[in-house]
Write a protein that binds this ligand. Sequence first.
Ligand SMILES: [Fe+2]
Ligand SMILES: [Fe+2]
Length: 523
Amino acid sequence: VWEQEFALIGRLAEDLESRPPLPSASPEELETHSRQIQEMQDLLALMAALPPDRLPDVEAWDDLLAPFWRRLFARGDDIHRYLLADLWRQVLLRSGQTDRALRTLTQVAASAKNFYLYYEALALCQEGRDLARHRPSAGLVNLVTLEGGIHFLRGDLESARRAHTEALALLESVPEEEVLRWQGATKTDFFAQVEYNILEALVEQGLREPESRRDGYLGQARALLSALDEMPKSPEFRRILPVAHALVSFLGSDVTAARGYLALLDTQGSEGPYRYSLALTRCRHESRLCGALGDWEGAYGWIRQALQLGARYTSPGEEILVLEQALAVLTNLHTRSAQGAESHLVADLVQLLEDKDWYTGRSHSRSVSRLAVLVGQALNDGGGVADLAHLEAAGLVHDIGKLMCPWSLLNKIAPISPKERRLLQNHSRDGAALLRRVGMESLAQTVEEHHEHVDGTGYPNGRPPELSGAIVGLCDVFEASITPNRRYKKPKRREAALSELSSLAGTHFRPEVVRALLRVAGG
Ligand SMILES: [Fe+2]
Ligand SMILES: [Fe+2]
């Protein structure tokens, strides 16, 4: 049956290429996709458990699967690249195929990076370096370039530059045909890409300095740019070159020139995810340029456009930078506006989540917020001290950390695995971190606690929550259990949900909060 499976996966790989990105797919297409991937996951899990001598021709399978990982990503299904490529990596390792294992590992690490799992991604890179035994190869260059990308997203620009410079040096001694075979790109193009990455890190480093201290960075950036200009380039690379020019103009405080270059970007030129990521790049930089001019309304317009594009097509690595810019814009916009800044900021954050997450969306957040206020009121009627305004806002943003979750996981229609559940569970801590960054410390605590239990069996800290966290947490579970959603879970009837929650009073939930919910929602 191996041949049959082989043919099946081949067809699936072709299929992936020809179908629309998942966020624009019909519900039927989503179902089909998730069924096919599930079958494939079962197959790879089976292979990962077999002894090497019972496996089929691993090299042939790897040739089949190598483009598959990129296509999964391109279709917007990063979560399955992460999980499935990891299974395949184990098969390759056990079969002694270290070069091929390195290539697959790089795909897993790239996904981990896109999920904000920076430490996991860097640990994988370290593992990859050991696999490559530090011998220059196309695989190692690719890995080190990825490492630079991870540092860049983490904001560690010095390490980013160091990694990219190392990648350049390694690339020198890799034969042209090896690069072509492993990368599907020419050596010149790979050089140009890495030089571009160095330029980008350099410009960002310079932009962190006050204008008077940017000269050194500007000089280096200009030198790099003219080197890039003179290199022979493929049409694909030529398309991103205006971004490099825009960045250098931006560093030189010439906003008009920078905007001129961005306007030259050809975002319609090719198909696939790169087209969208280029459009996202443009919107993000336009937004930054507006910000540099103090035009925060304009900056907001551009970044909303980027977010909407990102929600429809998904381009995870770029999305992280878009989100960063969105937070910067929102913070500036709202600290500048007078009264009610915080509530506007809350509304805007929820809007961001609604754009991205079909399931949580606004109705869930709004329902939890409304219910939390009612429960707080009921508690206060009995002499409690719940802060109603706080509950309203906390209910709205309780799941805001899902902004950091991959689209493909948030909107997954198949049942989720324990590993995926752990990824989803990061949202309470991520949400708190995000709120702290925009200066909402008290909301952050409530959000961090909304999945904690009284008996310490909750997450992320395993500590009983404060009152607000307990209220929002209970309302969240109740709302989620009675509302139909797209996951494979039937909604419960109101009475059944309430009696189930009552039975958890004292273990998961605070008894007085459960009683208040029964008063509000019971009749
Ligand atoms: Fe949650
Ligand atoms: Fe929730």
